[in-house]
Write a new protein. Structure first.
Length: 82
C-alpha cells in the first residue's frame, strides 16, 4: 500500500553517530595537516638548494598515496567483506 515507507532498514543496520563522524573528520584533518608539517621539517633538514624539491616530494607523495586508497583501500575498509 502507499502508506508504507519506501525504505525499510535491514536487520543489524547501524545508525550514523554524530560523535563518530565528527571524530573521523577531525582525525582526517589532522592527518592532512601533518603532511605540510612534515614537508617543512624535511625542508629544514635539506640544503638551501634542495628545500623546494624536498617539500614538493612530500606533497606529491600525498597525491600518489591517495590513488591506491581510492582504488583499493576504500573498498577494503568500507566494503561488505570487512
Amino acid at each position: 500500500s502507499m502508506s508504507e515507507t519506501p525504505f525499510e532498514p535491514t536487520i543489524g543496520a547501524m545508525e550514523i553517530s554524530a560523535g563518530d563522524s565528527a571524530w573521523m573528520l577531525t582525525s582526517s584533518a589532522m592527518v592532512l595537516l601533518m603532511t605540510p608539517g612534515l614537508a617543512f621539517f624535511y625542508g629544514g633538514l635539506a640544503d638551501d638548494r634542495n628545500v623546494l624539491n624536498t617539500i614538493m616530494m612530500s606533497f606529491i607523495s600525498m597525491g600518489v598515496v591517495a590513488v591506491p586508497w581510492i582504488v583499493v583501500g576504500f573498498s577494503l575498509a568500507f566494503g561488505s567483506g570487512g
